[in-house]
Design a binder for this molecule. Structure first.
Ligand code: ZN
Ligand code: ZN
Length: 180
């Protein structure tokens, strides 16, 4: 995922290597009669994103609100379906009344899941997506108190010395685990 060439798809600026995903996702929304925003600015890979698979931000573009979607680079080390689930999740946030995971967002997600067999979920938190985490991360620590698992791609300090760190969620003590 080093190619950062940008292309335009409709009004959307897209990293060229993820264009096929974006085209497919938009086709699916069209086929489901789901009206996404005509103010989607961009779909990009965020190479610093660590805590979620994707996000949808509102940005100010010449005084207008537009949407910018970012995808976690490690998402692309998993399955194509995982990419589609996340991308569709974020695109749905651009629909009217959908900048949350409320009733309208859920109705649309359910419609796509039913029609296309996807598994668009409400949470895009990396920790909550356990099956994918095993594909993406090599090392894990787990909280002894709340069970929260954090994955790392490298043998970093928290993996080498979990006893020196605390759970970000509950401050419990951590231990190294092989898999989730
Ligand atoms: Zn969301
Ligand atoms: Zn904890």
């Amino acid at each position: 995922m080093s190619n950062k060439r940008l292309v335009k798809y409709k009004s959307i600026t897209v990293e060229e290597n993820i264009l096929p995903y974006v085209e497919k996702a938009i086709d699916i929304l069209d086929a489901c009669n789901i009206k996404y925003s005509d103010r989607i600015d961009s779909v990009m890979i965020n190479r610093r994103l660590r805590t979620s698979w994707g996000l949808c931000r509102k940005i100010n573009r010449y005084g207008e609100k537009w949407f910018a979607i970012e995808l976690n680079q490690y998402l692309f080390e998993g399955s194509k379906e995982a990419v589609m689930n996340t991308l569709l999740h974020e695109l749905l946030h651009t629909c009217y009344h959908c900048f949350n995971h409320g009733k309208t967002w859920q109705k649309y997600a359910q419609k796509i899941n039913t029609m296309y067999g996807f598994h668009i979920k409400r949470t895009e938190n990396c920790e909550a997506n356990e099956v994918e985490l095993n594909k993406v991360f090599k090392y894990f620590v787990k909280c002894k108190t709340c069970g929260n698992v954090v994955g790392k791609t490298r043998l970093c300090s928290v993996i080498k010395n979990p006893e020196k760190y605390r759970c970000g969620r509950c401050k419990g003590s951590l231990q190294r685990v092989d898999r989730i």
